[in-house]
Write a protein that binds this ligand. Structure first.
Ligand SMILES: *[C@@H]1O[C@H](CO)[C@@H](O)[C@H](O)[C@H]1NC(C)=O
Ligand SMILES: *[C@@H]1O[C@H](CO)[C@@H](O)[C@H](O)[C@H]1NC(C)=O
Length: 209
């Protein structure tokens, strides 16, 4: 049976697209789990699969600034190859988690205390917002720009976010754009403003040494 031109074209698209669809999460591993190089497997026990780095958050007073405490592959090596990670987000009254993206993961936020305003922007520039109360969940689709703010005047908020990657990555829009020595003229043209305005904004985002 000969394929029509349309069928051949469709087949070609499928063949091109398929390898990418298979890479929509972290790469699959060919073992039950991944241990750091040099680990003696016979000495491996439950401790390797346990992360205790969140213990200090329990019963400690809420921080005075917005704070993220991560349990990703960097902090918890047993997550390597498992396509999951967590972060605990603490928002003092009035604090914001500025617009950012996670290039490698969807984020599922679970608000455990307080009130939180959240939003994300899709690739057509449509903004989706919500006011969450404790017990609510919100999903930020993979790779899209999103933010959270605690608009309360007196109360803090706490959320736990799960990620579909052991290393979700974070790209902060303000510091990526204004804290990385991108030429002032390029930014002025891009943001349809003048160099003085760009320099004023840049002053708030000193580049990392
Ligand atoms: C791995 O650990 C076991 C048990 O402690 C020990 O008998 C063995 O010699 C170790 N192997 C290596 C290569 O160090
Ligand atoms: C909170 O942020 C303020 C202003 O940026 C800073 O001066 C202060 O050191 C921060 N406090 C903590 C505990 O990080």
């Amino acid at each position: 049976m000969a394929l029509t031109v349309e069928q051949q074209f469709f087949l070609a698209i499928l063949l091109i697209a398929f390898p990418f669809s298979a890479l929509s999460g972290d790469p699959d591993i060919l073992s039950d789990f991944v241990v750091p190089l040099g680990t003696n497997n016979s000495q491996l026990d439950g401790n390797f699969f346990t992360y205790t780095g969140m213990r200090p958050l329990i019963n400690s007073p809420p921080p005075t600034n917005f704070t993220v405490t991560k349990a990703s592959m960097a902090e918890f090596p047993a997550l390597n190859g498992q396509s999951v990670s967590y972060a605990v987000l603490e928002y003092p009254a009035g604090s914001v988690n500025p617009p950012h993206t996670h290039p490698r993961a969807t984020e599922l936020l679970f608000l455990t205390y307080g009130i939180l305003e959240v939003g994300f922007v899709d690739t057509t520039n449509k903004l989706f917002t919500q006011r969450l109360q404790a017990g609510d969940m919100f999903v930020f689709p993979k790779g899209l720009v999103h933010y959270q703010i605690n608009s309360a005047e007196n109360d803090f908020a706490v959320a736990i976010s799960a990620f579909g990657s052991a290393a979700a990555g974070t790209v902060s829009v303000p510091s990526t754009v204004f804290g990385t020595d991108i030429d002032d003229d390029i930014l002025a043209k891009s943001f349809k403003t003048d160099v003085q305005t760009i320099q004023k904004i840049k002053a708030g985002f000193p580049p990392k040494a």
